[in-house]
Design a protein around this ligand. Sequence first.
Ligand SMILES: [Zn+2]
Length: 218
Amino acid sequence: MFSTSFLRKFLIVAAAAAVLAACGSSKQKGNFTTKGLRPPEGSCQVKPARIGLAEKIANINEHNGCQVPNAWKVEQLGSVYFSQPAIMNCGMADPLHTWLEDVVQPTAQRSFGESIVSIDVAASYACRPRNNKSGAKMSEHGFGNAIDIAAFTLESGRKVTVEQGWWGSSDERRFLHTVHDRACGEFHTVLGPDSGRDHRDHLHLDLQNRENGSVYCR
Ligand SMILES: [Zn+2]
């Protein structure tokens, strides 16, 4: 039987440990002074290797703001292959997988009667300012927090490009506009050709961590 004083001491130690753990995690968050960077640990809900062809690679830190603390190289998610390996923050893989399987594939079936087999990845991790404009804020690509998709290839080999299809035939328009619109929320920023010339030929999806939690889709 534990004495009351032992129990009281135990509870005080347990409470102190809980406070320390909370301080530890908030301190860890505070290390990420760059606003766009998601905390890497909590954001990785699913190991990318469980949902596709993916491997963990060395952390990236270019000592100029560009960094991916939990970097993965992803070559396939679910049933969709990538035209080139995408380097991304671990936290990107799960929403991207969800969007491909739950939005892109059913929309492809409805629009074309067939599935998507691959996407053309125009960019993933890239250490650059937004829209490549010098002096602009760091792009989410600099945190491995973004992917640019230029085209979707169907089982038949037909390729639906953002550049042609966005303003193209009714089935391609419907497909591209739907997958763009329904990426909003799963991703925090979704940009396509309607957002301006910088995105005339690709969809940009990112997980920008805005202070007010808002999303921007255009
Ligand atoms: Zn982009």
